[in-house]
Design a protein around this ligand. Structure first.
Ligand code: UDP
Length: 242
């Protein structure tokens, strides 16, 4: 049975956290490469006008439903995606996996003081994992960076350059890197470092994280207007197929 659904022609996995972690672990043990991309309604709307990026995203190993709008869309399509898999939560679950299995990780992206703080917090919380290296997201010398990641022996690489920059970066560099797992994590280092606060648990639990973020950063309204447009589009797309 396929573990992938299509939402407006974009692949999204229906695996849950445990299944994803176990698949990722198998990739590491088999010394294979895999990449993880987070999908939300805003990204899907952008992809409607960007075929090249859509192809790139559709070729990813795992595309996760980060965004309550994707869960709604799956329901409208009679799909099986029942809850969000957020980029930051999957990142944390992968840190737990690395801690348990003693895997090495590398963090690339965000501002220097942010990534440094994130590394400090990770090392404190997960004493068995090795942060084999890290680099802020504003370095110029890419060859040196690639060399440094390869030298580190990291099996998991987290790239926090924002989207779609991180997706392009991973695509361009994955064949040069002897890393198994690549995850584009957007603003997650900002969260792990404590620089940016996540929505309180109740908002996350009830699918209202977007509302909290809107209240705390009203300038996100423009970005969030993508959500109703997205749902209307999904509805018409679904009707056309029936
Ligand atoms: N960033 C970076 N290099 C750049 C531009 C951005 O490292 O050249 C970082 C930035 O510091 C921030 C992250 O990328 O930590 C972007 O986070 P954002 O929340 O915008 O990403 P999203 O999750 O919305 O894609």
């Amino acid at each position: 049975m396929s573990n992938t659904e299509q939402v407006l022609d974009v692949n999204v996995t229906s695996l849950n956290y445990d299944q994803l972690i176990s698949s990722v672990n198998q990739k590491i043990m088999g010394n294979e490469q895999a990449n993880i991309i987070a999908i939300n309604p805003e990204k899907i709307m952008t992809l409607q006008k960007d075929q090249k990026l859509k192809n790139l995203i559709n070729s990813a190993t795992f595309t996760i439903p980060d965004g309550i709008g994707i869960v709604f869309a799956s329901k409208l399509n009679n799909g099986k995606i029942s809850s969000r898999i957020t980029g930051v939560d999957l990142f944390i679950r992968l840190l737990e996996l690395a801690n348990e299995k003693q895997y090495k990780i590398f963090l690339y992206g965000a501002k220097k003081q942010v990534v440094e703080k994130a590394v400090g917090n990770i090392e404190k919380k997960y004493p068995n994992l090795t942060v084999a290296g890290y680099k802020d997201g504003y370095v110029k010398d890419q060859n040196e960076l690639i060399e440094e990641i390869n030298q580190s022996g990291a099996q998991l690489l987290f790239v926090a350059l924002g989207s779609p920059r991180q997706e392009y970066w991973i695509e361009e560099n994955k064949s040069k890197l002897n890393v198994n797992i690549f995850q584009g994590v957007g603003g997650s280092f900002d969260v792990i470092s404590g620089e940016v606060k996540r929505a309180p648990f109740l908002f996350r639990k009830t699918g209202l994280e977007w509302f909290y973020r809107l209240l705390s950063q009203p300038k996100r309204l423009r970005r969030q207007l993508a959500l109703p447009k997205f749902l209307i589009k999904v509805l018409f797309h679904t009707k056309r197929r029936h």
